[in-house]
Write a protein that binds this ligand. Sequence first.
Ligand code: 5RP
Length: 227
Amino acid sequence: MDQSELKKVAAERAAEFVEDGMTIGLGTGSTVFFLVEAIARRIQAEGLHIQAVATSSRTADQATGLGIKMLDLNEVDHIDLTIDGADEIDAHYQGIKGGGAAHTLEKMVAINSHRNIWIVDESKLVQVLGKFPLPTEVIPFGCERVFQRLEAEGLHPHFRLDADGKRVLTHNKNYVIDLHMGAIKHPHLLAHFLDSQSGILEHGLFLDLVNTIVVGTQDGAKVIKAR
Ligand code: 5RP
């Protein structure tokens, strides 16, 4: 199986965790794409009544098109279960997200969820985080100064650019600065530093958040209980 098929294996297994009556959070990305299709098929086949909060307009558009009832995060007092992709997961089940520039909304949905499941192909499992550049979302005002501070800290910042060389804009019309810093030995310390920087709206370190990880492997879906 290629990487895309492994993502599908993980997504389809994770869709089985959705139960009738749930309010679910839907992440963003190519793995979540398969998840939304699988959930829509279950709604059709089993008559499940669920409602969902999306972490991007991409996911919201897909889910709406497939007949899934969508709500805004402001309209729900909690989310039962959120299922999302990830860019890297380390040996302690800490993660990097934001490859799709949706990490601010993804983190808000995740922290308002009773349970979080990540769905990944096996290439996303690593010993130490950091090979995947760590995304941050920065507001345009003063972003060059934020960049300068990150550079001075030795975090190797790069503004994320699109195919035309323009700065990528997030849902909130902010920029993404990716940190190409290599191995992140102390993720909690780094998260604390980034949390304290004015101008950084959010970063892609998702620590102590995930409960279950569903991994697509050549032998099928593997379910890992993280916490
Ligand atoms: C988007 C994300 C995605 O979950 C992450 O990038 C994984 O994407 P994919 O499933 O396409 O590999 O964090 O901001």
